[in-house]
Design a protein around this ligand. Sequence first.
Ligand code: BGC
Length: 742
Amino acid sequence: MIQYLTTHPWKIIEEGFKRKHHRSSESIFSIGNGRFGQRANFEEDYSGPTLQGSYVAGVYYPDKTRVGWWKNGYPEYFAKVLNSVNWIGIRIKVEGEDVDFAKCITSNFRRELNMREGYLVRTFDLEMPSGKIIRAEAKRFCSMADDETAAIRYAITPLNFTGTIRFQPYLDGDVKNHDSNYEEKFWEHVHSASSPASGVVVCRTRKTEFDVAAAMRIQVELNGKEIIPTYHHSHADFFAENNIEREVHQGETMVLYKYVGLVSSLNYSREELANAAQKAAERAIKSGFDSMLKMQAESWSKIWDLADIVIEGDDEAQQAIRFNIFHMNQTYTGEDARLNIGPKGFTGEKYGGSTYWDTEAYCLPFYMSTKDQKVARQLLVYRYNQLDKAIENAQKLGFKNGAALYPMVTMNGEECHNEWEITFEEIHRNGAIAYGIFNYIRYTGDEKYLSEFGWDVLLGIARFWSQRVHWSKARQQYVMHGVTGPNEYENNVNNNWYTSYFAKWCLQYTIEAMELLKSQYPDAYGAKVARYAFDETTEVKRWKDIIDNMYLGQLEGTEIRIQHDGFMDKELAPASALSESERPINQHWSWDRILRSCYIKQADVLQGLYFFEDHFSKEVIRENFDFYEPMTVHESSLSPCVHSILAALLGQEDKAYEMYMRTSRLDLDDYNHEAHEGLHITSMAGTWMSIVQGFGGMRVNNGQLTFNPILPKQWKAYSFNVLFNGKVVKVAVNKDGVQISE
Ligand code: BGC
């Protein structure tokens, strides 16, 4: 654990510049609005270690695959979320001396992410090598109210001198990705222009040909009054800037406002793009910083009204849950069915900003309960829109007859991950996608979704499973070989219980959904039968045979479901036997050692018991939890939340609380030593689930919400809301009991 941030219920605060952790802070203090996002990089120059990151939703680059040994079926590329035009840049000179934060002495540094109102602010005093000291405050936000705009207010006060201050606000599209495989540039210059107090830059991605346009408008104030300085401006390929210089007396404050418009070709034609960005910047400057900030606070207030979770008596837990909810909302708003939720959102490059099973398995419940129903539906439609590609993907691997294998990692429906054990073997993602449909319908009652889009996806998935299993003569049962379960610390295993159980369930659910269509939407069903050449008699017969005869390992004389063949032969030892210096093992052990060990990266059998809790008795869940959890190292961000929920169900309150703190403060306390790469956005939804489903015990049964709350002893009280059937249900738990109201 690395703890350097101050605890506060509504804020994340860094007191004093923690140089060593700057890259982690750049992730943690990120801001975004669903349309674009920005790491907490400094506006002014900084020559110290940094990961520059400005990301625009849906804009990606197919970086050429780099692998040691090519395997047939590998996708040609790995899609990367792109570091895009730098719109925050403001170069500063003090009496001709460049301000480079890394080369100055900093004091009174404070960085604050105000989650209630949605802005980032940094205050500091900087002593230049010459001894001149300035006091500065930089505040910025990505507008939620007008998601094509952002604004920065940068104020400077000379503390011990009178002299010239020069601001050089700029836009720079000549940026790189840190994780580029071949050091290639991903962007081409399209257009740039500048004029007094404004500038625009348009760039195009190579290969995918997305255009992004950024425009800026500038305003300057001295001691609170607008001034019209001489603006020197210039532009070059990828670049546009303005220069404003002014003598500022000691104790006076000069403020630069930078209003930004940022748009992409996802929403505008190429011809319109530069103009659209300029218009957005124009809207921002007309509105003005304070009024934009007010609207920002109002937008966030509406979000918090529904999504906030209040925890009394435990500020660390309170800060953490708000941090998670804040970032979820900055990442995805549900406005656009082409977008999805990348595991790092807009906070880093790793995982490419692509879509994983994380969306259905972890994020969906959060959006279902805290947003209008159409938001969750959008997430499902995203997969429906990619069904053809999932069928193509399965075909490439040798499957036929409309079998669909959704990619483990995708931007546009094509697989874009290239580690064989993940690309070819981590097929359980198909299960999560089917479960997402089931979960959505269970929660919303929107069965019509099946007749419109849902069953098509289920059919493709059922066909896949029916071809992926094979009959074992020896066992006289169906088996599934060559699989990687959710526990990625074990590859190419046979009969992974989780995947096999899911396959069986998917077939069963597809049949149930088919019966529903036949009785309630016969026309839609008929059309689908024709469209997909569905041979009900033969196909369903095989599915039923698999359902009845699927091999699912269970340890004799116990209720323990065997993670996969051979697991019980391992040297079984608890993770507590590992020394702190060996953890996380993925940073200290060889991969070979990890694979041979019994250590489990994240819930595997337990993930299945979490999804299908109502198929098993509590005793079965307990026996498996007590067996597997001690061997789990929780080195995937997705792990602690599921364990927290199960522990709460089993009445293991201390474990539930420990796991809650771990999931919710994963990045704030940097448990896995990787916050510098970006935040774990998708697991943040799991944090929300740990409270609502875990401590709150929320379940949906036969169209009814039920709660079975417990109160962790560290808390005085907690409360949350969920949107259900169009109504807001308020749940408040304290030492005296539970109150549920509408
Ligand atoms: C986990 C996967 C997950 C991915 C993205 C990996 O570390 O093992 O289950 O989908 O991260 O979050």
